[in-house]
Write a protein that binds this ligand. Structure first.
Ligand SMILES: NC(=O)c1ccc[n+]([C@@H]2O[C@H](COP(=O)([O-])OP(=O)(O)OC[C@H]3O[C@@H](n4cnc5c(N)ncnc54)[C@H](OP(=O)(O)O)[C@@H]3O)[C@@H](O)[C@H]2O)c1
Length: 258
């Protein structure tokens, strides 16, 4: 396989678009998610259209053994991962104390634990090869606390922070780390997180393709961070730091209210 990417959450939304874009660059890939049928359909489409090789690995990445199993499978098949796209993730609406704790812990397992494990396993290999690219999907949610999505926002704060620190540690290794921070995006995310009706998701949303294109290009360019929409870039970098904390919490809460 050549220029091989491992893309988590490729069965839908932004991840599916990453897979299509990578294939259009002639890259082979390993795609991971729970929906085997969706992944098989994607494989058939990309192999036919772009003459690339796609390996499907069906896995629930909230399972603590899953990331290591995926890594072992790529190792056993002699697949060298040159591009790692840690995209799989989900959110969940509601007051923390009223939400199902198992769902919150699964969110941490996917959004944080699996991403961290994949980063460690594949970055080690990339460093040995002296080349590689990692693209982690953070969020604008990672810049502020998120009442009514408290755990999700916190998981994305982790992704934003971890990715930047890792990028600096790997600076002279030939391996780049980029974190993509989308705002509300059209995908399966809103339904999966029960966000229908939340103020932030009533606004005009950017399409998954546009978001993925921006992130993929930023990864190729070795950029540290990509807040793909200019309005959110100004907001998160320049306005949010100036707003008093308690006021920011109220504003943030309003955007998640239905
Ligand atoms: N949409 C937004 O507004 C938005 C904004 C900022 C950041 N993001 C981030 O963008 C990333 C992609 O989300 P999306 O918007 O494209 O949403 P999506 O359409 O719901 O896609 C989520 C992907 O993650 C996979 N996934 C979910 N649970 C999984 C599990 N337990 N094991 C393995 N894979 C799992 C899903 O596949 P299966 O269901 O087949 O497992 C799916 O392919 C996420 O990290 C999300 O947090 C989204």
């Amino acid at each position: 396989m050549k220029n091989t990417a491992l893309i988590t959450g490729a069965s839908s939304g932004i991840g599916r678009e990453f897979a299509k874009i990578h294939a259009s660059h002639g890259g082979d890939m390993v795609v991971v998610a729970r929906s085997g049928d969706e992944l098989e359909a994607l494989k058939a489409e990309l192999e036919e259209k772009h003459k690339v090789s796609v390996v499907v690995l069906v896995a629930d990445l909230t399972d603590h053994t899953a990331a290591q199993m995926v890594f072992d499978a790529t190792e056993a098949a002699g697949i060298e991962i040159e591009v790692l796209i840690n995209n799989a993730g989900f959110g969940g609406h509601g007051k923390f104390v009223e939400r199902d704790l198992n769902k919150e812990m699964s969110m941490i397992d996917l959004n944080i634990r699996a991403l961290t494990e994949f980063s460690h396993l594949y970055a080690n290999q990339m460093v040995k090869q002296g080349k590689g690219k990692i693209l982690n999907i953070g969020s604008t949610a990672g810049f502020i606390p998120g009442p009514l999505q408290a755990v999700y926002y916190a998981t994305k704060a982790y992704v934003n922070s971890f990715s930047q620190a890792l990028a600096e540690e790997l600076r002279d290794s030939g391996v780049t780390v980029t974190v993509l921070c989308p705002g509300p995006t059209k995908s399966g995310f809103m339904d999966a997180a029960d966000l229908e009706g939340a103020q932030a998701f009533k606004m005009k949303m950017t399409g998954s393709r546009e978001v993925a294109e921006s992130g993929y290009q930023s990864m190729l360019d070795g950029k540290l961070m990509d807040i793909n929409e200019a309005k959110y870039s100004v907001m998160m970098n320049w306005l949010v730091p100036l707003v008093p904390r308690k006021m920011m919490l109220k504003i943030s809460r309003k955007t998640m209210e239905k």
